[in-house]
Structure formats: structure tokens, C-alpha cells
Design a protein around this ligand. Structure first.
Ligand code: ZN
Ligand code: ZN
Length: 168
């Protein structure tokens, strides 16, 4: 009885298993792998590597939308220094930056303005319209909005805006 038990004692051994990681290499660069915002250069999924690869391809990426703000990008004029650390997604819902990823650089002018309170889309920098610009005495429009696109004004508000602008 006791002999049998002894033969069933664990006999442990450690084996190596292959772990696949992905890395992103610039073949025209110095051969050093590209890092993500956390400084990691080994990724567990191909999707993650593809995300880092997309970002590495972009010169001076906007900290919000990830699109280039470099000269010739169409977003260079009016770009502003900015940083961010929250999640942002592109128009298709793909994650551009993960929540908690700190990035520092520029915001493109499309992302630099406030979001429109009526359509939720961002407003090009300095093109947001406030109630004051429509000759209203309130901080908020009648529906409670603060910043809106010119195109999102009601006919009445637009009339007030045109009047204000004519008056200089
Ligand atoms: Zn942007
Ligand atoms: Zn709008």
C-alpha cells in the first residue's frame, strides 16, 4: 500500500513553450523595434503591432485622431501643442489610442476646438459658435448648448449671428 503511494509522488519538470511576440521594425531605420506609448516593443497580438505600426508611420500624429499634423498633411496650419491620455477612436471605431496611453505633441485643428453640443462632432479650431456671437445674452443656447457648428445653428440663431457680424 505505502509502496504504491510513494510511486505516485509528483515528479515535476519544467519545459519551455514557444511564446510568440510581434515587433515592428522600420526596414529603412536603425533596426530598433518601434515602441508603443508605454515603451513596450514586444506585442502579444498582431492587431496591437499593426496599431503601433500605423502610428509609427505618421509624422507628428495628432494626439486625438492620430492623423499627421506635419507639413503637407493639411493639418499643419493651426495645429497646437497638446497632450492627452484618454481613449480615442477613428471614424470607423478603431482604437487609435488606448485609455491611459500618454502622448505629447500636437492636436490637429479639427480636434483642437470643442465638440459641438448638437451633433457631437469636433469643431475646427476657432470656428465654434457661442450664444454671445448670436447676440444672445445667455451663456447657453435655449436648448442648453454652449458650442455649436455654424451649420448646427437654428435659422433664428443664424439670423442673430449674421446680424452681429454685420454690425462688426
Ligand atoms: Zn486630430
Ligand atoms: Zn454640430
Amino acid at each position: 500500500m505505502s509502496e504504491e503511494k510513494k510511486s505516485k509522488e509528483p515528479k515535476l519538470t519544467i519545459r519551455e513553450t514557444p511564446i510568440i511576440h510581434y515587433e515592428v521594425i522600420d526596414e529603412n531605420g536603425d533596426g530598433e523595434p518601434e515602441c508603443d506609448e508605454f515603451g513596450n516593443n514586444l506585442f502579444e497580438t498582431r492587431e496591437e503591432a499593426e496599431r503601433v505600426s500605423r502610428q509609427a508611420q505618421v509624422l507628428d500624429p495628432c494626439v486625438h485622431c492620430g492623423k499627421s499634423t506635419a507639413v503637407g498633411s493639411g493639418r499643419f496650419v493651426n495645429r497646437i501643442p497638446a497632450d492627452a491620455d484618454y481613449e480615442s477612436k477613428d471614424e470607423d471605431g478603431n482604437v487609435v489610442y488606448k485609455d491611459g496611453e500618454y502622448r505629447d505633441g500636437y492636436s490637429c485643428p479639427h480636434c483642437a476646438g470643442p465638440d459641438c453640443w448638437r451633433c457631437d462632432k469636433s469643431i475646427y479650431i476657432d470656428e465654434d459658435i457661442t450664444p454671445e456671437q448670436c447676440g444672445l445674452g445667455n451663456d447657453l443656447f435655449s436648448d442648453g448648448a454652449r458650442w455649436v457648428h455654424l451649420d448646427c445653428l437654428t435659422t433664428e440663431e443664424k439670423g442673430g449671428y449674421d446680424k452681429e457680424n454685420d454690425n462688426g
